[in-house]
Design a protein around this ligand. Structure first.
Ligand SMILES: NC(=O)c1ccc[n+]([C@@H]2O[C@H](COP(=O)([O-])OP(=O)(O)OC[C@H]3O[C@@H](n4cnc5c(N)ncnc54)[C@H](O)[C@@H]3O)[C@@H](O)[C@H]2O)c1
Length: 255
């Protein structure tokens, strides 16, 4: 099946590599045009070169209202619309709580939680008046797909900053689903696990790797390409009757 996102414009934050890159590639393959945001300008530009006319790069550091305005502004300036927002950009600053600095805490909360809130707020401000002008029958569903984590569902040692941010993103997801459902705006989240630059360092030590992989029912980390189809689904018409949900695409880590 192809063309499930034909005519749609999507924003994917943190799309220069890893899961975000796989999402941007899958969206373009399904006919969407994509704003490839990443603070790593080289990575974003490289991906846009690969994707061609269906993509444009944007290099703001997600985490502020100004950055959110710039990402949405890029979509509007380039294609005049936004239909899908994927809040994927993320960082880790792991430390046990007693060793964690204020900066480690603030940075992680800013990129994940405030970044998701700010980008969500920007598209919500854009979409509300549009949706109100449309009739319920004629109105297309608009989609926000957030990214949480097993850490945000279960908690995780050494990740008080990250787990709090990702749990906060669950709160944003459920709240926005309730606030915006009457305007046909669907808000869901994916809780992924994949082998990327973020997770590779966690399995360098063979003993630690064995302990980690034993927690997955399927016994392994996925590839980013195995995560991306869930985002296509949650961005497409096929999920118009799904909102406020957390979809675990994690090889059976959270059961
Ligand atoms: N990989 C996993 O197993 C896993 C598990 C749970 C959740 N996640 C979440 O999935 C998302 C993607 O993770 P990944 O594994 O692909 O990580 P990754 O480190 O491979 O990629 C993250 C991308 O985000 C970009 N980025 C970081 N801060 C940014 C900012 N402020 N503004 C814009 N871009 C920024 C980076 O440059 C990078 O290209 C993150 O939100 C992460 O927390 C990943």
């Amino acid at each position: 099946m192809a063309g499930r996102l034909e005519g749609k414009v999507a924003i994917v934050t943190g799309a220069g590599r890893g899961i975000g890159k796989a999402i941007a590639e899958a969206f373009v393959a399904e006919g969407a045009r994509v704003v490839v945001n990443d603070v790593d300008a080289d990575a974003a530009n490289l991906l846009v070169k690969e994707l061609g006319d269906g993509a444009v790069a944007e290099n703001s550091a997600i985490g502020t209202v100004a950055a959110a305005g710039s990402v949405v502004g890029t979509a509007l300036d380039t294609w005049g619309q936004v239909d899908i927002l994927v809040n994927n950009a993320g960082i880790l600053r792991d430390k046990m709580t007693h060793k964690m600095s204020e900066e480690d805490f603030d940075q992680v909360i800013q990129v994940h939680l405030k970044g998701t809130w700010a980008c969500g707020r920007e598209v919500i401000k854009l979409w509300r008046p549009l949706a109100k002008e449309e009739t319920a029958e004629g109105r297309p569903h608009r989609k926000i797909v957030n990214v949480t984590s097993p850490s945000g569902l279960l908690g995780a040692v050494g990740q008080s900053n990250y787990a709090a941010a990702k749990m906060g993103i669950v709160g944003l997801t459920k709240t926005w689903a309730k606030e915006l459902g009457s305007l046909s705006i669907n808000v869901n989240a994916v809780s992924p696990t994949a082998l990327t630059a973020m997770t590779e360092p966690l399995i360098q030590d063979p003993a630690q790797k064995a302990v980690r992989l034993a927690r997955f029912a399927l016994g392994r980390y996925g590839d980013p390409e195995e995560i991306a189809p869930s985002f296509v689904f949650l961005a497409s018409k096929e999920s118009d009757y799904i909102t406020g949900q957390i979809l675990c695409v994690d090889g059976g880590l959270v059961i």
